[in-house]
Ligand binder design. Structure first.
Ligand SMILES: Cc1cc2nc3c(=O)[nH]c(=O)nc-3n(C[C@H](O)[C@H](O)[C@H](O)COP(=O)(O)O)c2cc1C
Length: 196
């Protein structure tokens, strides 16, 4: 797994800005020899520094099994060019691939990855931001609402579209982020407005 180009570290106090505009994300997870990826639209920043996030991960997902076993996961922020991939990994379960020759979604869908710095879950190449997360155990809300809280232990972004704490997609239409509505329909992140 190679590190991809254009990746640069994000100041932890700016990590919340990677999710502040409400992108649909890819959640990657790993435990032992197993790894997985799913789509998640229901995610949000929760705190500035140390940065924390909240994300809904359904009980039936294989992702949840690996997240609960490892206590870690990664949030990968995909872009327009990856919309079909988001739909594909969000409509199939890694559990169904166990024991098959292409034993996980990364192999089955030929998804390139690179190594995370703090956790075992792979990071998805071609995304525009990555947040490595450690679960903050809150069994009640996990069980009652499928809601997971986590601390961001490392954050990176594609410097072509995020630098100095700001998104700037102008001139990079394929790197604009995705916002799921329903049934595979997305809005794409649009123009920027400074209201100050
Ligand atoms: C665009 C999109 C957004 C989704 N958002 C969420 C979400 O926020 N939370 C969730 O639990 N499942 C969500 N899903 C469904 C999971 O991605 C889906 O159940 C997936 O098959 C789980 O894979 P796994 O069993 O390999 O972990 C979403 C699916 C799509 C296509």
């Amino acid at each position: 797994m190679n590190r991809q180009s254009f990746v640069s570290g994000v100041n932890p106090s700016h990590a919340y800005r990677l999710l502040n505009h409400g992108p649909t994300v890819l959640v990657t997870s790993a435990h032992g020899a197993h790894c997985n990826i799913m789509a998640a639209a229901w995610n949000m920043p929760l705190d500035f520094d140390p940065p924390k996030v909240a994300i809904v991960i359904d009980k039936n997902t294989y992702t949840r099994e690996l997240m609960e076993a490892s206590g870690t996961f990664a949030i990968n922020v995909p872009c327009r060019a990856q919309a079909a991939l988001v739909v594909r990994v969000g409509n199939s379960s890694g559990r169904e691939l166990l024991g098959k020759s292409l034993e996980n979604k990364f192999a089955a869908f030929d998804i390139p990855t690179f190594t995370a710095s703090e956790i075992a879950a792979p990071l998805v190449s071609g995304c525009v931001a990555w947040l490595e997360c450690r679960v903050i155990a809150e069994p009640h809300i996990q069980n009652a609402y499928d809601l997971f809280l986590a601390e961001v232990v490392a954050a990176q972004a594609d410097e072509r579209v995020f630098s100095e704490g700001r998104w700037h997609f102008e001139g990079h239409d394929d790197l604009r982020t995705l916002h799921h509505i329903a049934g595979g329909q997305f809005l794409i992140s649009g123009e920027s407005l400074n209201a100050r």
